[in-house]
Design a protein around this ligand. Structure first.
Ligand code: DOR
Ligand code: ZN
Length: 346
């Protein structure tokens, strides 16, 4: 039975666009479906100043193909040297919409991240004052903490103390992967939201590890137990406005994924919305899809909902997505959910 659903055009509240040939290759995949995206600043070197963000924004817009509309929502990478006044000026001019906190060493290109939170206190206080959200990669990096526990420990040891010490700071817990993350958001009435990726809604760690290691399912924070996936799906399909889509689409060259030391990230930009439509339908929550993809994010970020729409259509034959896209001298492997998807964006 064919079925269709028209919703306000979605935004992606957590996206990696990279730079150069990779940026040119992946940008159309996002711009085709999404009006805006919060663009991660973890380039090499990272986007740390207002001047860096302005230059990166220009490069993104220059890479946008003729006839496509897309608004990059820029972020700054928080370091222990970040100047609160530079942040405030970049926010006041409308250039940046958030600041990103990576604990040092947590993930791809996070070496410049924060080790001592006392050294970023002045910036966090300035952000609370001006209402600029902090996007948080919520994992501790201590060697002795098991990788599957790093999010839960981060909430207790780092996030909750930061929020208590900085009243009014608006925080997005990025790509939550655990029941602990969802519960923490639900227990806090104000100033807290969370993004959830497509892969964390549909996969658990068995999908990545049973019967062989699947490098294209390796991302950070790492996939967790099935019970956590179930909690995330319940949160995303609940209609609770504190949860919204951040794909964390994170392209790496295929050779860097299919390698002895696989890079973290799933490239979901091309099929994120198709997979989500099917996932929400199977959960009996298709009526909650628009909130998750198109309404809750703008509400948190205090921006208007997009005025145009997209239509998702379900057909009887499975949608075909490209297995790979070309990116300069490399390819990027498109995320394969591991099951046929019958929805497509038309
Ligand atoms: O899987 C991930 N990939 N997680 C991150 O936090 C970073 C991202 C990337 O930049 O590749
Ligand atoms: Zn990310």
């Amino acid at each position: 039975m064919s079925r269709s659903l028209t919703i306000a055009r979605p935004d992606d509240w957590h996206l990696h666009l990279r730079d150069g040939a990779m940026l040119e290759a992946v940008l159309p995949e996002t711009a085709r479906h999404f009006a805006r995206a919060i663009v991660m600043p973890n380039l090499v070197p990272p986007v740390v100043s207002g001047a860096d963000a302005a230059a990166y924004r220009d490069r993104i817009l220059a890479a946008l193909p003729e006839g496509m509309a897309f608004e990059p929502l820029m972020t700054l990478y928080l370091t222990e040297d970040t100047d609160p006044e530079d942040v405030a000026a970049a926010h006041a001019s409308g250039l940046i919409k958030a600041v990103k906190l990576y604990p040092a060493g947590a993930t791809t290109n996070s070496a410049s991240g924060v080790s001592d939170f006392n050294n970023v206190r002045a910036t966090l206080e300035k952000m609370a004052e001006i209402g600029l959200p902090l996007c948080v990669h919520g994992e501790v990096t201590d060697r002795e903490i098991d990788i599957f526990d790093r999010e839960a420990v981060f909430i207790d040891r780092v996030l909750d103390p930061i929020r208590r010490a900085t009243p009014g700071l608006r925080v997005v817990m990025e790509h939550i992967t655990t029941r602990n993350g969802a519960d923490y958001v639900m227990a806090n009435e104000t100033d807290l939201g969370a993004t959830i990726t497509v892969q964390h809604l549909i996969l658990d760690r068995n999908d990545m590890l049973v019967g062989g290691m699947r490098p294209h399912y390796y991302c950070l924070p790492i996939l967790k137990r099935g019970e956590h996936r179930a909690a995330l799906l319940a949160a995303a399909t609940s209609g609770d406005t504190r949860f919204f889509l951040g794909t964390d689409s994170a392209p790496h060259p295929t050779h860097a994924k299919e390698s002895e030391c696989c890079s973290a990230g799933c490239f979901t930009a091309p099929n994120a919305l198709s997979i989500l439509a099917q996932t929400f339908e199977e959960a009996g929550a298709l009526d909650k899809l628009q909130g998750f993809t198109s309404l809750h994010g703008p509400a948190f970020y205090r921006m208007p909902v997009n005025s145009d729409t997209i239509t998702l259509r379900k057909s009887e034959t499975a949608t075909r997505f490209p297995a790979k896209i070309d990116a300069g001298d490399h390819t990027v492997t498109v995320f394969d959910p591991g099951f046929p998807v019958f929805w497509d964006v038309t």
